[in-house]
Design a protein around this ligand. Structure first.
Ligand SMILES: [Zn+2]
Length: 103
């Protein structure tokens, strides 16, 4: 039944790569407001076809407005062909962990 185990692995990997929503936790640089931003991998990522040149396969540019001082926080992230983040960048804010967001 080895083939079955392999097949199952493939199916479950596919699921995590495309099915689960991705959350980014960010904090406003000015007022410290914490934000949770949902990234829908199916619709938010833009295909850029740069992976053959050593670049990214997908790109995300997401703007979030915090509800305290109304700064626009811009997140840019690069993704590989499996839609995993390979690099990310932020302006007007900083990335925080889920733990920091909840505390
Ligand atoms: Zn703010």
């Amino acid at each position: 039944m080895k083939w079955f185990a392999r097949l199952w692995k493939k199916v479950s990997e596919h699921k995590t790569a495309h099915g689960e929503p991705l959350y980014l936790y960010i904090q406003c640089e000015k007022c410290g407001e914490k934000l949770k931003v949902l990234v829908k991998k199916e619709t938010d990522l833009e295909r850029v076809y740069e992976e053959e040149k050593g670049g990214s396969a997908y790109r995300l540019i997401k703007e979030a407005m915090d509800s305290k001082c109304f700064s626009i926080i811009t997140v840019r992230a690069e993704f590989d062909i499996n839609k995993d983040i390979i690099s990310r960048d932020i302006s007007n804010g900083r990335f925080i962990t889920e733990e920091e967001y909840l505390s």
